[in-house]
Design a protein around this ligand. Structure first.
Ligand SMILES: [Zn+2]
Length: 65
């Protein structure tokens, strides 16, 4: 996990990067190119998706009820 400098773009869409994670970590939850070995940038939406996937869906359901 790391802070992201301004101007970085999400690795999966054109949104502004919100967080960066390692490519190894990202590859567990997203389809990323094998040659991507550095940092993967996530926008707010993709970061949420990553959090959801990494935790499982239980927390999300609980917060809704
Ligand atoms: Zn994104």
């Amino acid at each position: 996990m790391g802070r992201v400098s301004k101007g970085e773009k999400c690795s999966f869409c054109s949104g502004q990067a919100f967080k960066s994670i390692s490519a190894v970590e990202a590859s567990k939850y997203f389809n990323i190119k094998a040659e991507t070995r550095k940092r993967v940038y996530l926008c707010r939406d993709h970061y949420k998706e990553y959090k959801r996937k990494s935790k499982g869906d239980r927390d999300l359901e609980r917060s809704r009820w």
